[in-house]
Design a protein around this ligand. Sequence first.
Ligand SMILES: CC(C)(COP(=O)(O)OP(=O)(O)OC[C@H]1O[C@@H](n2cnc3c(N)ncnc32)[C@H](O)[C@@H]1OP(=O)(O)O)[C@@H](O)C(=O)NCCC(=O)NCCS
Length: 208
Amino acid sequence: MAFAESLADFYAKGGRIEDWWLIAHPASLPPGRGRYFRVAARHSGGDRGMPNDIRYVAAWRRNDPAIERDAIALWTEMKVLPPNIRAEERAKELVAVAYDGDRLIAVTTAQIHLHAPVRQRFAFMRLLVRPEAEKSGLAVPLTVACREELREWSLANPHEQVAGYAAVITAAGYGAKPVLNAGLTLVGYTPDGHQIRTYWWDHFKIPV
Ligand SMILES: CC(C)(COP(=O)(O)OP(=O)(O)OC[C@H]1O[C@@H](n2cnc3c(N)ncnc32)[C@H](O)[C@@H]1OP(=O)(O)O)[C@@H](O)C(=O)NCCC(=O)NCCS
């Protein structure tokens, strides 16, 4: 499965953190793409004490029952889903997740929406990290994993006309940089003042 190799295995084979994403995503690496992976890897936890056995696992539209079950348990335990959202439905929106051993410690989900100012559809991601795993350096590599999983799917499904991935930053204290390490660029604000950030796929062409 894509990017299921653990960092521990990677290091054991003499790998360097700078090359982690190059190895973990060989299929999703168009020419010239390495720069982005290296930027993400440099800021990931490999050099900040992140536990080395974190596994990043792809989940977008793969209907993996074990990952869905673990995510539903995580959302239920953390009581994070709004009352009108069914966990089973949200589980169908999983993109990439992080496991520490057998324990699910972070998830990304996404929904495809039109971003009206540029008249294109983006996969809007969400990120949830278990409190004990916060600030451990996995948020950026997981966001990159989410991005690359969506990119691969988008390349394989051009009829979906998804132009890139995006995020609305609702967590307080985040978003000081115009361009986040995972490439998300500030492009505007929601009516209630949250940052909207987007990232375009290189392969996407705007119909002109
Ligand atoms: C907010 C939260 C995800 C931060 O987790 P964390 O592991 O402590 O994150 P870190 O501070 O180590 O790293 C944040 C990085 O994640 C990335 N990221 C991607 N999407 C993000 C998002 N929606 N919110 C915050 N960070 C996001 C950014 O690239 C940021 O990196 P950069 O600023 O270095 O470029 C976590 O506290 C959490 O799950 N909170 C509850 C749910 C929530 O609020 N989710 C985010 C909604 S916007």
